[in-house]
Design a protein around this ligand. Sequence first.
Ligand SMILES: C[S@@+](CC[C@H](N)C(=O)[O-])C[C@H]1O[C@@H](n2cnc3c(N)ncnc32)[C@H](O)[C@@H]1O
Length: 296
Amino acid sequence: MVEQPRICDYEGSDYRTRFWEGQGRNYEDTVERQVLRRLLPEHGKRLLEIGAGFGRLTQEYNMYEQVVLLDYSFSQLQYARDQLGDEGYVYVAADAYKLPFKPGVFDGATMIRVLHHFEDVPNVFSGIQRVMSSGATFVLEYANKRNLKAMARYALRRQKWNPYTYEPVEFVELNYDFHPSYILRELQSIGFSTQEYVPVSWFRMGALKRAVPMNMLVAMDGMMQSTRWLLSPSVFTKNVMGQKTTNNLDVALLDIFACPLTGGALTREDDRMVNADGVAWAITDGIYDFKEPIIE
Ligand SMILES: C[S@@+](CC[C@H](N)C(=O)[O-])C[C@H]1O[C@@H](n2cnc3c(N)ncnc32)[C@H](O)[C@@H]1O
């Protein structure tokens, strides 16, 4: 376990406009939405979207009565809230390594394009396990180190790291690729059973995306997904939580929260959430902000 894992900080980032809007990634976006709809259950009560960012995918989760968007970046959540409003959505600025929730309060979770920023996967997974209820669905996307491009580059000696080895590779600071067997083992060790895995984004190449109509690429991707060959740059997995002793799915919204420092109870006092020692966290612009306590 890493003592104090580093965080890839998106505060104030232009991720939405630099990476998505008008940046030629409609194919990836469409494929991801299709796979999410396929993997998620028809109905659910409360879903935690971990690393929700600016809420790009949040509306895909409307089969859940309530969606809690969690991200370390307050500014990303502000944009999401401006777009989505408060009906059915709850916004929480917090570190995914220190989830500010009671055990067993979610029957769903997603984490898409986020795991590649974590240097301590067992740590973040055990936190997710803690807040899931029995039978909860966790849809996880991860960047696959054993992909065709990496295999070719390694064979041609244009890449030093080995795509076949088990350990995560940090190819750029705080950007990791993972071996499918590593992810499978880590999920299993905390009580998730992986029921489906879908290799996606096979045709993530600028020239190809310019030459081939998007709908055709999406259809071709669908065909490659059905091979289940885990050789694509991105993999979606559907994981189901086994039996747990602590299930708190029926608690009211205000009761889902717990102190990010101690795990103890929190009470709401005006626009603050306060723990038993009087340490408080602000609720600002409708966002529960658990990044740092209020200093008075
Ligand atoms: C590449 S973006 C993906 C956003 C969104 N899931 C999507 O697919 O559009 C990664 C997100 O993970 C968030 N993130 C990174 N480390 C985090 C952490 N330790 N706790 C919470 N969020 C984190 C970032 O703030 C950022 O919004």
